[in-house]
Ligand binder design. Structure first.
Ligand SMILES: [Zn+2]
Length: 300
């Protein structure tokens, strides 16, 4: 069954299924929506369906599906930012060389440009030529979580499909099915903002999030020295500090909803200020020292 392992965005599933079934495909699609909600997974499954030769697409047993699942399909390619930063013109040119050759296994050729907003200007201009005059068998799927960074001329060539965050209850259902619900707190689900990808990444760093939650719960009953001594998790988390600070905001926001006490609102302002200082490259340890001291004062 199509899209059986993907959660949410039911309307898009239907739309894409019908497009494949009715042979009503366009040459270029733009999958847009927040990070981590499965746009690339949708694009890949859509590609497999387009290329599949079976009746019930994707059938998983035809030559095309077997090649696709074995990551050796000659008519499929996924282009991602090189070194995680940008999609370069050489990558687009390579794709253009490939796309010019007739399909081998399937009737179509499908190309996914993941995080397409990272294309350099040269890469984007080069891609534009292909979007303007695509070979009749080509389907190009661009995915992006930052549509505003794409050239208008590119966007206007694509059929746009919006992906929306997955509702919390659907996420909970998924977590239960995969026996992950005990690993995750309600605040972590809130922080993920409907992004399953983000949430699953958070489970890998859950010790940090649980550590922070503990620290904040104890802040009211401890001395500042005790707080500092237990805040190693923050001092060590330089790489993920922005995400952790956002998590702290969520924790206090939940308290604020429960108790309606002004100190929680003030705490949120203090955390936001620390975030700004870190983004402005202020001294890291001093910013954390100061953050904890101000939070502690606010809570006492
Ligand atoms: Zn198949």
């Amino acid at each position: 069954m199509a899209f059986e392992n993907l959660i949410g965005n039911e309307k898009n599933k239907e739309l894409l299924k019908v497009a494949v079934k009715d042979h009503n495909l366009v040459h270029s699609y733009l999958f847009t929506g927040p990070e981590g909600i499965g746009k690339d997974l949708f694009a890949k499954e859509f590609a497999q369906m387009i290329l599949c030769a079976g009746d019930e697409k994707p059938c998983h047993i035809c030559k095309s599906c077997i090649e696709f699942l074995g990551e050796s399909h000659p008519d499929f390619m996924i282009i991602k930012p090189e070194d995680g930063k940008t999609i370069k013109i050489d990558q687009v040119r390579f794709m253009q060389e490939k796309i010019a050759e007739k399909p081998v296994t399937s009737e179509k050729k499908v190309y996914i440009l993941s995080q397409s907003e990272t294309m350099t200007r040269e890469a984007a201009n080069s891609l534009l030529k292909t979007l303007e005059e695509p070979p009749e068998y080509a389907v190009i799927i661009l995915t992006t979580s930052n549509e505003s960074k794409l050239l208008t001329t590119i966007k206007s060539r694509c059929i746009k499909i919006h992906f929306t965050p997955i509702p919390d209850e659907k996420i909970l259902e998924y977590l239960k099915q995969h026996h992950l619900d005990s690993e995750i707190t309600t605040n972590m689900i809130k922080q993920a903002g409907g992004s399953l990808g983000k949430l699953l990444k958070m489970t890998e760093e859950k010790e940090q999030y649980l550590g922070i939650e503990n620290l904040l719960k104890q802040i009211e009953t401890q001395t500042i020295t005790q707080v500092w001594s237990q805040a190693e998790v923050l001092y060590q988390a330089k790489d993920s500090i922005i995400s952790l600070l956002e998590y702290m905001v969520i924790v206090f926001d939940q308290e604020l909803r429960k108790k309606d006490n002004l100190c929680y609102a003030n705490a949120i302002t203090i955390i936001e200020q620390a975030k700004q200082r870190i983004l402005a490259n202020a001294n890291y340890d001093m910013t954390i020292d100061d953050l904890l001291l101000k939070l502690w004062e606010e809570m006492h």
